[in-house]
Design a protein around this ligand. Structure first.
Ligand code: SOE
Length: 383
């Protein structure tokens, strides 16, 4: 079988979970091409070497260009902060390497447009690209999409999507690159709001037409870890973002992304209400999908829990017997599998960079709306 050399750029949280996927994907799914964990690139040589040893990469470098241009690398997997995505992805595509890029695709619409242009040029040479909206590949959510497409809830009228985390709830939580607009592009909006935007559109098979948003930063500076006592980093992104939206087909959407929802750790929740029923999901119980069939008689109708662990459910035939459940990391394994199989088949993996650009436009529209005071209707104060 032909090898597919992979270069991973970045070895923090996302790099670790992608490494897990590359390590296990072939053994679980049996692929048409054999991924090889060729090289990991980081910014610090010693830490990158340690990461390579721990995560299973053959080589380590502190020079991403070197990793991208190796002859034994055919795939570049970008898990570095957002401000590096465009430069690395474009260089890799121009070098003829297939690219998997973490979300959000870029920090700005302009960067995302340049990435799409590079992806289109590369596609003509058979080079593939994909953006990591991984939750599409959570089995319960993949099942939800199938059920919507089969008409099980009829025409979707309303979408309620929230992504709730609380890792910034403590005002003393340390400063990170994720709180710096220059590095991350935006805050909760881009990091996790991008997921629910993509997911909502993916599940119902429709695109957002327009949005109306609000954003807030609740804590505007935080202690910088490792810096002299008292050094604080300025938070230049949103801590929370909310927006309402209309889909092109007429459905209404309500979206919320926050890092301040005390007690909610990774609660990606989505509920769809259609003319014939509803579907509901919460990532904190990720092996379950709730389904309400509005055509059942009132006497017996009720939301029922589907335990999504059957071999007939998306992706699950390759895993464990019914009831044994999957975790956060498995969506990344599914993503690696679908990406490799698309490369082998010579087809475009989904979601492509175009989908990433579209989400970037939604994020920019939410920010533009939030910044536009004239579109905000104040309530008359009592005299
Ligand atoms: C942020 O906390 C984060 O790690 C996101 O960046 C990921 O995309 C999400 O899957 C989990 O949360």
């Amino acid at each position: 079988m032909q090898d597919l050399g992979v270069a991973l750029i970045g070895h923090a949280f996302m790099g670790r979970v992608h490494s897990h996927a590359w390590r296990s994907v072939s053994a679980v799914f049996g692929l048409s091409l054999e991924p090889r964990m060729t090289i990991v690139a980081g910014t610090d040589r010693a830490r990158t070497e340690a990461a390579a040893a721990r995560l299973g990469w053959q080589h380590a470098t502190d020079n991403w260009q070197q990793a991208v241009h190796r002859d034994d690398v055919q795939v570049v997997d970008i898990c570095s902060p957002g401000d590096s995505h465009a430069e690395i992805a474009i260089a890799a595509l121009e070098a003829g390497k297939h690219v998997l890029c973490e979300k959000p695709l870029a920090n700005t619409v302009a960067e995302a447009e340049a990435m799409v242009a590079a992806a289109r040029r590369a596609r003509e040479r058979g080079v593939r690209s994909m953006v990591g909206f991984t939750y599409r590949r959570t089995p319960a959510l993949a099942l939800a999409r199938e059920m919507v497409a089969e008409g099980r809830i009829g025409r979707v009228l309303q979408v309620r999507a929230s992504y709730l985390q609380d890792w910034l709830h403590d005002p003393q939580a340390p400063f990170t690159w994720r709180l710096d607009r220059a590095r991350a592009g935006s805050g909760a909006l881009g990091d996790i709001g991008s997921h629910i935007t993509d997911l909502a559109e993916h599940l119902i098979g429709d695109r957002l037409d327009g949005v109306s948003g609000q954003t807030a930063t609740f804590v505007d500076s935080r202690p910088v870890p490792g810096a002299p006592e008292g050094t604080r980093g300025e938070v230049t992104v949103d801590d929370a973002a909310v927006f309402t939206a209309r889909f092109a087909g007429g459905a209404l959407g309500v979206f919320e992304a926050t890092r301040f929802a005390a007690g909610r750790k990774n609660a990606l929740r989505i509920e769809l209400n259609g003319t014939d029923g509803s579907l509901a999901f919460d990532f904190e119980s990720m092996n379950e999908l709730w389904f309400y069939d509005a055509n059942e008689p009132n006497t017996t109708a009720g939301y029922r829990r589907i335990v999504v662990t059957e071999a007939d459910h998306p992706y699950l035939a390759a895993w464990w017997p019914p009831g044994h459940g999957l975790g956060y990391e498995h969506g990344f394994t599914h993503q690696a599998r679908d990406f490799v199989e698309a490369i082998a088949a010579g087809t475009d993996p989904e979601p492509g960079f175009e989908a990433g650009l579209h989400v970037q436009r939604v994020l920019a529209a939410v920010e533009a709306s939030a910044a536009n005071e004239s579109r905000y209707t104040r309530i008359e104060p009592e005299q």
